[in-house]
Design a protein around this ligand. Sequence first.
Ligand code: NPW
Ligand code: ADP
Ligand code: MG
Length: 283
Amino acid sequence: MEKINAKILSEVIKPRPSNSYKSKFGRILLIGGNKNYGGAVIMATQGALNSGAGLISVATDPFNATALHTRNPEAMFIDWNDQAQLSQMIPTMDVVICGMGLGSDEFAKNILLTVRDNITEKQTLVLDASALDLIGLDSNLLPTTAKALIFTPHQMEWQRLSKIKITDQTNANNVGALNKLVINKNAYLVLKSNQTKIYDQHGHILINPLGNPGMATGGMGDTLAGIIGSFCGQFGSNLKSISAAVYLHSLAGDQIYKDNYLVRPTALSALLPKLMQKYCQKG
Ligand SMILES: NC(=O)C1=CN([C@@H]2O[C@H](COP(=O)(O)OP(=O)(O)OC[C@H]3O[C@@H](n4cnc5c(N)ncnc54)[C@H](OP(=O)(O)O)[C@@H]3O)[C@@H](O)[C@H]2O)[C@@H](O)CC1
Ligand SMILES: Nc1ncnc2c1ncn2[C@@H]1O[C@H](COP(=O)(O)OP(=O)(O)O)[C@@H](O)[C@H]1O
Ligand SMILES: [Mg+2]
């Protein structure tokens, strides 16, 4: 097991060539936010946007459209009731991030089915929050065709999905469960806690030494899901990009925590562009 350090940021975050344009940095689709949990998908959008995603679309309940655009006018809105539009869009994306505030009702299940049935081997899929719980209840909802699959549970979500009790979530058990969940695929597990670990299917494990209790605030994981998707869209869907995203998220959290009792997810997102410029590989 390897401890992540700041070097990973300069290895992963690349300076942008002068002839860059937006679609070079990932077409990202976020799916989530029912009437009660709109904030979850908005915070994930902020994480993705502030960590450099080139083009962002958000499929959510129309109830959230005004709030989404008030906070992030850069993002495009899709009414998630329009399943035909959603089905059409998914295969045109680089990354789909699904689950933040999705909820657990029949409608949420149908959204996940639409994702499962339209994702292709060209998209990276990040699954968070409610999406993980729904798959835990019905494994048929798990998409099998994605280019890469990234699971981002907290410990209880991982318990529900893997059926491994929190006290039994050892490295060996977690790698075993990841391989049982997804066979012969490019799958990753980001198991979030005060010491988040990132696993691949081959038993490589990275541990994040940063982070703080000020980050125990609703929306902190939603923000991370956005950053992970954004990094995959820009820097590739692999263990290193995912781990750099986890590290950057905690680095920003630690910077705020130095002189603040708590870390608001929205404040963390606001710090990301400066930190990325500071650590980006120069020359
Ligand atoms: N602003 C918004 O719209 C927001 C909306 N959100 C949306 O809400 C939905 C539900 O997601 P959720 O994470 O809030 O609830 P759930 O999955 O039931 O987990 C809590 C249970 O797990 C337990 N637990 C044990 N270990 C743990 C650990 N390390 N980290 C965390 N929990 C741990 C914990 O233990 P206990 O409190 O009982 O001690 C409790 O029993 C989902 O769609 C999400 O996206 C949120 O993103 C917040 C902002
Ligand atoms: N005590 C802590 N130390 C370090 N990181 C923490 C701590 N508490 C929470 N975090 C981080 O905050 C995030 C919480 O994720 P999650 O529980 O999914 O939040 P939410 O669903 O409310 O957005 C994870 O990235 C986790 O590592
Ligand atoms: Mg969460």
